[in-house]
Design a protein around this ligand. Structure first.
Ligand SMILES: [Zn+2]
Length: 284
């Protein structure tokens, strides 16, 4: 899933390549992707793109005061296209959700792989009209240490859930929360309101360092190559069974119904593997 660094890099890419151009037409290929009806998608046609921004994991294209807001969900992505075919795409075929044509013949496709569709498109007069944006907590790269400490102290629940809760801190998802917890040498199951001052500092610094590093790798890349770059920078996420680059221990996984987390026992849990409820249920 695209998280803060990837969405920020997409916004930067669009600022360079789409801002200043006129949005010629937007073709909807997956009807379930659009979540608003007023203003209609067609209202964007003929207007200049005046800005591109990010709110948490939402991408926001300012089209002369109207906003085309996108949430890429789990398997969505933005593909920049040079010389788009002018014929409208066939609805409901393949991964294409929305195609945006610019006045110079270039444009971009929003696509989503897989059968579980979560990609969401909104056309609004203000980004705050998108419920998911209105609920966002402070941005993970902008929150200061005191606010961060206060938010964690007020949260009764595990760190993994706290870091990925967009209403608490915005922009961190499944992959970077694994990376942040590894960098901070903290268990994903540790309670957020039970952190010592030293642990809070480590966690805050790890949020900054992990996201800043990832952003440095992503920005300036072509939208097409960004996802591969995300993978190459990861230490524990999606690396089950591989050696931890810090200590050499084997990266382990805890599985849930529709997701999983990865961690290093030596770096994060005092060498003890965490209970994997699904695994122990199978073994019982
Ligand atoms: Zn390790």
């Amino acid at each position: 899933m695209p998280e803060l660094p990837e969405v920020e890099a997409l916004a930067a890419f669009l600022r360079e390549n789409a801002v200043g151009r006129v949005l010629a037409r937007a073709d909807l290929a997956a009807v379930q992707a659009i979540k608003t009806f007023d203003p209609p998608l067609s209202a964007l046609a003929g207007l200049e793109i005046t800005g591109a921004a990010r709110h948490g994991k939402f991408l926001d294209l300012d089209v002369s005061g109207l906003h085309l807001v996108v949430h890429l969900a789990r398997a969505g992505w933005l593909h920049w296209r040079e010389k788009l075919p002018p014929a409208p795409p066939k609805p409901g075929k393949g991964p294409l959700a929305l195609r945006v044509h610019l006045d110079d013949g270039n444009g971009f496709d929003l696509t989503e792989q897989g059968t579980r569709k979560g990609l969401a498109v909104y056309v609004v007069r203000s980004p705050a009209e998108v419920p998911g944006i209105a609920r966002l907590g402070p941005d993970a790269l902008e929150v200061d240490r005191e606010t961060f400490a206060r938010l964690m102290a007020g949260r009764s629940g595990q760190l993994k859930g706290a870091l990925t809760d967009q209403t608490l801190v915005a922009g961190i998802g499944n992959a970077y929360s694994d990376e942040i917890l590894h960098a901070a040498r903290l268990s994903p199951f540790k309670m957020a309101d039970k952190l010592t001052d030293d642990e809070l500092v480590r966690l805050f610094d790890a949020v900054r360092a992990t996201l800043t590093d990832a952003l440095g790798r992503q920005v300036g890349q072509r939208a097409a190559t960004m996802k591969g770059e995300k993978r190459s920078g990861l230490q524990v996420h999606a690396r089950t069974g591989l050696p931890c680059p810090v200590c050499g221990d084997t990266v382990r996984e805890v599985s849930f119904a529709d997701t999983s987390l990865q961690y290093c026992p030596t770096c994060q849990t005092g060498g003890k593997p965490l209970a994997d409820r699904r695994m122990s249920k199978l073994l019982r």
